[in-house]
Design a protein around this ligand. Structure first.
Ligand code: FAD
Length: 317
């Protein structure tokens, strides 16, 4: 089933979460253990993030450094297939522009078709750590909408070079990202919304939001989307805080604000264990309120927070 069908057929607010592929050299069993902890809440689907390679400096034997490209979290396609086959839960791999060429994307689409995966989240992806700003690969894309175009052509049965494909094809259904507090590069919320509308008009079936800690920002975003003619489901993404350091790290990395009452509670915490309790309580309140507002589903950012997400889900589902 496509995520679009799943969201439209659900009877109540659904539950989904994202996982990261294991770090290079780590085993997939730990990832399975995390999923096992959340399985009882009947996830509608599980997202698998995607990560670009990074340039790092390594010591050479002669005392110099050499610059090498390292892919720290490879394997999103394989992890998605492993999850979908093991659990029978639809897997939604993220497809990103960052660090990938069009041909590499085409190979990924072919592999996903063979693996029976027909749901995607299409994103531009984060910039490389060594770059000051996002830079496309030679032969890559500047924006998610260009990647949507490649997937649209693939869905219509054409490879990049316009050769007609003989594959038995199941069209990909995909979502895109939306930012209740504006994407950090957009000059203003209106322009960000116009760009989001372009992505929706290009064929996205649903939107997943960046994390937010103040539900009012999500409700306002949904109202602005609806006023702009965006009618597809807008799935809220939320994250339980688990570390004291996230008080400053999350706003810095994700360009989101934290409401003052949350900030005050977190500042009182002397240990991560205390911060985790505050995070569970706050996230559960957010989830309860979102469910009361009848949101289609809640998407949980569960990185480092599987246990907290389990506790929130226990409290609200
Ligand atoms: P875009 O839609 O390309 O937007 C980026 C900026 O360009 C915005 O400011 C937008 O207003 C502007 N813009 C958009 N279209 C146009 C256009 N046609 N012309 C001019 N300007 C335009 N990152 C990863 O690396 N891996 C992941 O797995 C991952 N998963 C994510 C999941 C979710 C739910 C979210 C919300 C984010 C995720 N990210 C991930 C982070 C994401 O890649 C970054 O936020 C990235 O900076 C923007 O991605 P995007 O798809 O929104 O880009």
């Amino acid at each position: 089933m496509t995520i679009s069908e799943i969201l439209s057929q659900r009877q109540k607010t659904g539950f989904s979460f994202e996982v990261l592929p294991p770090l290079r050299g780590s085993h997939i069993e730990k990832l399975y253990r995390n999923i096992d902890q959340l399985r009882e809440f009947d996830p509608l689907y599980i997202n698998i993030t995607s990560h670009r390679s990074e340039l790092v400096f390594q010591d050479a034997a002669d005392g110099t450094y050499r610059r090498v490209k390292v892919h720290n979290r490879p394997g999103s396609v394989a992890v998605a297939a492993a999850i979908q086959n093991k659990y029978g839960i639809p897997a939604v791999p993220h497809l990103i522009c960052s660090g990938f060429t069009r041909s590499e994307t085409e190979y990924a689409l072919i592999e996903l078709s063979f693996l029976g995966i027909n749901n995607l989240l299409i994103l531009r992806g984060d910039k490389a750590k060594h770059d000051a700003r996002y830079t496309p690969e030679p032969g890559g894309y500047a924006h998610a909408i260009e990647l949507e175009e490649q997937v649209r052509r693939f869905n219509e049965g054409y490879f990049m070079d316009d050769v007609r494909m003989e594959l038995a094809k199941t069209p990909f259904c995909y979502g895109v990202a939306g930012y209740p507090e504006k994407h950090f590069e957009a000059p203003n919320p209106e322009e960000d919304l116009r760009n989001l509308k372009l992505k929706v008009d290009a064929g996205a079936s649903y939107i997943v939001t960046q994390m937010f800690f103040d539900n009012a920002k999500y409700y306002d975003f949904v109202a602005r989307c609806r006023a702009a003619g965006i009618t597809i489901p807008i799935v809220p993404g939320i994250k339980p805080i688990v570390l004291c350091s996230q008080l400053t790290v999350l706003p810095n990395v994700f360009h989101v604000d934290m409401p003052d009452p949350l900030v005050k509670e977190l500042k009182k915490c002397k240990t991560d264990a205390e911060a985790k309790e505050v995070g569970v309580e706050w996230c559960a309140q957010q989830a309860k309120d979102l469910i009361a507002h009848g949101v289609p589903s809640i998407h949980f950012y569960s990185f480092l927070a599987t246990d907290s997400v389990r506790r929130v889900a226990q409290a609200v589902y």
